[in-house]
Design a protein around this ligand. Structure first.
Ligand code: FUC
Length: 758
């Protein structure tokens, strides 16, 4: 029950009501319609744009622009800043062939005889088993439908059953979400294939029906009443298997694997169709719950049995709710974020979770449902490590790897230097260059920021092979880019990024705070790694020297704020959603919310000025900020703002529109309120709000490769257990342990502290 989203009516609205299922690659939204079921689906690599689209250029300058970058740099040095429009004209160019994530289409299941006497309707999503369900009674017959997308089997599976033998009659058809699709039938399957007109990406899908009792007929066209449909008559139950794939490959420059996807799709369907439904089901549930069950959170609430999730969410924080129900919804929201990550990002996926995870019903979704890397893609992966879902971040690591080659070309073309780069947003086809939207296109710091996710993975797992083989090369190449591109600031001789642009704010300057903080974070880590691997002492020296001369991007301004720019230009009235100068507090760690009093105070001033509003993802970020500032009540207030004002009835985060980063950011924020693990110290309940006096959490992960289990009552920890993967020594900050002592943890052995019973 505590992991159940449920509703008492079918969904009519894709964004607000339909319920998401997915295996990271195939995403589907279940509507639960009575006389017409709609299962809208897509495949993560089904994208327009890229090679195949005429004139695709990766965002790299089509013509050389000798002196353009130098002119921008020089004028910023001379004039202090340059207007957005000027820089865009000098350095930007219109996007060509960036593309959009596509909607593959709908599986529609019509029930011609089903339209009267419906009662007892329920539509559910069990996030602990990753099962969507629909049950109701019609004309005395009980209907039960169940859907999941299996990661082990690589297919979507549906089972539709009735409790009166032979009472199931339906028509299944496919409605394309893309153009120029060929739809035929064979045996008991709808067979779909084609190539996107935009870029020639080949795609294939297959929908097979296996009936128990009754008869399945595959209708051929053209001209027949059910052209391209499957009809089922007099069945007891049917199982539907759906597979989809494209010939996309995450490999520059062709981005195609050369394999007709119809073959693999037919194989996957045949294999699943030869497996008993119960076995598919059991393998799916085991696979999902092995990840989902790693973390168990209890905030002391319980879901009221008779209140559906949409009403629970609508009542949240109002007199129509109760503290008990509010706590239960907060807990559900945390778990739902973990569910969404498992459903939208699994190892081997070729692409990470995009702005909508793996769910999309439009040929032109907002922001293309792309990979914005000025915060959004990074936020998607904030919960991965603390919530023990490190392997769900594999597609992100693969994506970073795949960006290096095109990113190298962009570094050479736009900057004339070594290293790799990616700007404000990217696509599956290595769009690492620039475009020309003045408010947001220039953000070469994104590569460095992405690399810090590799470092985070190491910190949480202490996986030395990963660090040496995957993190180190990508980070060093990003560091090379910055070694070649930092400029000495004539104002004070420090090294700065020039031009730099604080996401969606102001004009172009040199040494904007976020740029400096990100590069600083990268260099700090790169120095340690270069020293450790001793592969290149020259580079080590250059990095050490640059680190010393680098402007850290941390300044307190005239009204006590954390400055967004090197000059004191901040407007106290600015309430914009991007609070980029706070990177050092979160996700960076240059500002420690406990010890760096001056900067922590400035961060508070800035956050107070920006206010508690914003888009969904902005509120989610602010939960994390306040957690790092050790203000649990304020973090909780932001969570409440997000749940009440930026959450849809199906619990999708809304920017608006639906944007999944806010779901992930909030889940990460809740974890951050419960366990912090920066600077070699694990702090227990660093930002516990008064609203959560009693509770427990188990299975959260801390840096150093440590599992953390906590129980608390009256706002204080009553029991704490730590289990390290490897021998390690840490400082533990909790009311149960001596904060000054270093604690030795032995690999695999659990150390437990308990409140003394007086
Ligand atoms: C950034 C944000 C917008 C939106 C977009 C996808 O540019 O400023 O709010 O989240 O990414």
């Amino acid at each position: 029950m505590e992991h159940l989203l449920w509703y008492d009516a079918p969904a009519t609205d894709w964004e607000r009501e339909a319920l998401p299922i997915g295996n990271g690659r195939i995403g589907a939204m279940v509507f639960g319609g009575i006389a017409a079921e709609r299962v809208q689906f897509t495949e993560k690599t089904l994208w327009t744009g890229g090679p195949g689209h005429p004139g695709y250029d990766h965002g790299d300058w089509r013509e050389p622009r000798p002196g353009a970058l130098e002119e921008v740099r020089r004028r910023i040095e001379e004039e202090g800043f340059l207007p957005k429009a000027t820089v865009t004209e000098l350095l930007g160019q219109p996007k060509t062939g960036f593309g959009n994530f596509q909607n593959y289409g709908d599986l529609i299941i019509e029930f011609p005889t089903l339209n009267t006497g419906v009662q007892d309707y329920r539509r559910t999503l069990d996030i602990s088993d990753a099962l969507a369900g629909v049950t109701f009674e019609a004309d005395g017959v009980r209907h039960h439908r169940e859907y999941f997308v299996s990661h082990p089997a690589g297919v979507l599976v549906g089972r539709l059953a009735v409790d009166r033998p032979g009472a199931l009659d339906c028509v299944l058809r496919y409605e394309p979400g893309i153009d120029e699709v060929t739809v035929t039938t064979e045996d008991a399957a709808i067979v779909v294939h084609g190539a996107l007109p935009d870029n020639g990406l080949r795609h294939a899908a297959r929908i097979q029906v296996i009936a128990e009792g009754g008869r399945v007929t595959a209708h051929q066209g053209p001209g027949t009443a059910y052209e391209g449909c499957l009809t089922v008559e007099g069945a007891d139950r049917i199982v539907v298997i759906l597979a989809a794939a494209t010939d996309y490959a995450a490999a520059y420059p062709a981005y195609r694997n050369g394999i007709d996807p119809s073959g693999p799709v037919a194989d996957a369907v045949a294999k699943a169709a030869a497996t008993a439904y119960e076995d598919l089901h059991a393998a799916h549930v085991a696979d999902h719950s092995a990840l989902f069950d790693r973390v168990v959170l209890n905030l002391g609430g319980s879901l009221p049995e008779d209140v559906p999730t949409d009403r629970l969410q609508a009542a949240y924080g109002t007199p129509d709710s109760t503290p008990d129900a509010d706590r239960a919804l907060e807990q559900l929201f945390f778990d739902h974020g973990r569910y969404l990550l498992i459903a939208s990002s699994r190892p081997g996926n070729l692409l990470p979770a995009n702005l909508q995870g793996v769910w999309n019903a439009s040929p032109t979704p907002p922001w293309s449902a792309d990979y914005h890397v000025n915060i959004n893609l990074q936020m998607n992966y904030w919960p991965a490590e603390p919530c023990a879902l490190g392997e769900c971040a594999e597609p992100l690591f693969d994506f970073i790897e795949a960006l290096r080659e095109p990113g190298r070309v962009s570094a050479r073309t736009v900057f004339g230097t070594e290293g790799w780069v990616v700007h404000n947003e990217t696509n599956p086809f290595g769009f690492t260059g620039v475009h020309d939207w003045p408010d947001a296109f220039w953000f070469p710091e994104a590569a460095a920021w992405l690399c810090l996710h590799l470092w985070e993975h190491y910190q949480f797992t202490m996986d030395e092979d990963f660090l040496r083989e995957r993190a180190y090369p990508a980070m060093m190449e990003a560091a090379e880019f910055w070694l070649a591109n930092l400029r000495r600031d004539p104002r004070d001789g420090k090294l700065v990024a020039n031009p730099s642009f604080s996401p969606e704010q102001g004009e172009y300057t040199a040494g904007g705070s976020m740029a400096q903080q990100i590069v600083h974070g990268l260099f700090d880590t790169a120095v340690v790694l270069a020293g450790r691997y001793e592969l290149d002492t020259d580079r080590w020296d250059r990095l050490k020297n640059a680190c010393e001369d680098l402007d850290p991007g941390l300044r307190v301004g005239s009204w006590g704020q954390l400055q967004e720019w090197k000059e004191d230009l901040d407007d106290p009235q600015n309430q914009h959603r991007h609070v980029s100068q706070m990177y050092a507090l979160h996700p960076g760690s240059a500002i420690d919310g406990r010890y760096d009093e001056e900067f922590a105070a400035a961060a508070r001033t800035t956050l107070n000025a920006r206010g508690d509003g914003g888009t969904g993802w902005s509120k989610a970020w602010k939960i994390n900020f306040w957690a790092r500032l050790r203000d649990g009540d304020r973090a909780h207030r932001l969570l409440a703002e997000q749940l009440a004002g930026s959450t849809l009835p199906n619990l999708f985060d809304t920017h608006p529109p639906f944007q999944i980063d806010g779901n992930f950011g909030a889940t990460a924020g809740i974890a951050e309120m419960l366990v912090s693990s920066e600077l070699g110290e694990i702090e227990i309940l660093p930002a516990l709000p008064a609203a959560w006096p009693t509770g427990s959490v188990s299975g959260l992960r801390a840096r150093g490769g440590v599992r953390v289990d906590i129980a608390w009552a009256d706002g204080k920890a009553t029991e704490l257990s730590l289990t390290a993967d490897r021998d390690t020594t840490l400082r533990i900050r909790s009311s149960l342990s001596d904060p000054q002592a270093q604690t030795e943890l032995e690999a695999g052995r659990t150390l437990t502290w308990k409140e003394e019973i007086k």
